[in-house]
Design a protein around this ligand. Structure first.
Ligand code: COI
Length: 356
């Protein structure tokens, strides 16, 4: 993690830890919170009153501008414990960079590096017993910032609250997913907010995702807003295909979230000598590849999902059933490599793992 000046903030420890009541063998994503959270306010151009306090509800005005107009940004990161006991966080710099890119798009002040890094270190250290030991599990970190002006005129807020809380989690999806190609609704369009990690993009996905779930599909594959011809991303993940041994992923054209797992995978795969293409990928190309037997793999990538392989893609009344997961050499190897790296196993040749 790059050097930043350290901030001192008070830590108020909880008197009632919920740790012993938590069933770590049955974790669901996002249902349990650890004991503490970080909070700092932004008022009159200054960051004030940073602190770590017991996890608790917060109070805002009913006129709180983010409740009405969605001026909010969030991130998702994961912390792990290495075999030697070190506490590890994967690529925090990249998450801060993306968070501040999102903030700029939403007219939210940038988070100073020292609050981001010091808060993560202090929180993970304090709640380290919440890092699950179970395979595939981790401590998910949720930094977020929201506009906090008690004012319902439409303008950038002058007050914000930046917070981080953490949750012990299992994988976001349990196993492979069946997906449907979306040809009616749109997630984001050029010039919009698709590249920002902001609530509105997820709100836009809820109805199409619900309609897909009603038909038995766990996710949708978004297509472009103009023609519904080119793939964009999947609900909570970026999207990758392997066709004829080439790893292909939609290029970041402004309407797609620049995933950090996406970047991790592309970097590793290129390093292994895999042919990688970041470009427009059409629905037609994938259907043709399926029909002529060259579609070897399709998978989603994301912090919460890591690598989630796609079992079936539905389009226009037809199901494309992809090859069995056991034979998907590239995504299986990538997944194992990333899981190992995050858990402090093997060489961290890219210097991605932050040790607290
Ligand atoms: C993540 O992968 O960290 C996400 O933010 C996806 C999701 C849980 C909304």
């Amino acid at each position: 993690m790059s050097a930043s000046k350290a901030v001192n903030f008070p830590i108020e420890r909880t008197q009632h830890s919920r740790l012993s009541e938590t069933d770590f063998s049955n974790l669901e994503f996002g249902t349990v919170n650890s004991d503490h959270m970080f909070v700092v306010d932004y008022k009159k151009g200054e960051w004030v009153d940073p602190k770590i306090i017991p996890f608790q509800n917060i109070s805002v005005s009913p006129a709180c501008s983010s409740l009405h107009y969605g001026q909010t940004v969030f991130e998702g990161m994961k912390a792990f414990r290495a075999p030697n006991g070190d506490l590890l966080v994967f690529r925090p710099e990249k998450h801060l960079e993306r968070m501040n890119n999102s903030n700029r798009r939403l007219c939210i002040p940038e988070i100073p590096a020292e609050y981001f890094y010091d808060a993560i270190d202090a929180l993970v250290k304090l709640d380290q017993d919440w890092i699950p030991n179970q395979e595939g599990c981790s401590l998910y970190l949720r930094p977020f910032i929201f506009a906090n002006d008690p004012f319902i005129g439409v303008k950038p807020s002058s007050a914000y609250k930046f917070m981080i809380f953490t949750c012990p989690v299992a994988g976001y999806y349990k196993g492979t997913v069946k997906v449907i190609i979306e040809s009616d609704f749109v997630r984001a369009s050029p010039g919009g907010i698709g590249a920002a990690k902001t609530g509105g993009n997820y709100a836009a996905s809820l109805l199409p995702a619900k309609l897909a779930a009603d038909k038995g599909y766990q996710q949708i594959l978004w297509t472009d807003s103009k023609e519904h011809k080119y793939f964009e991303e999947s609900g909570t993940m970026n999207l990758m295909f392997v066709i004829n041994d080439v790893l292909i992923t939609p290029s970041l054209d402004g309407s797609i979230l620049p995933g950090i797992t996406r970047d991790t995978i592309l970097t590793i795969a290129k390093d292994w000598g895999v042919k990688v293409e970041e470009r427009r990928v059409s629905v037609e190309e994938v259907i043709t590849a399926f029909n002529n037997g060259t579609l070897q793999d399709a998978f989603g990538t994301g912090t919460a999902a890591t690598i989630t392989q796609i079992a079936e893609i539905h389009h226009n009344g037809k199901d494309m059933v992809l090859p069995p997961v056991a034979g998907r050499t590239l995504s299986n190897k990538l997944n194992q490599t990333i899981v190992d790296l995050k858990n402090g196993i093997g060489e961290d040749k890219y210097n991605w793992v932050h040790r607290i």
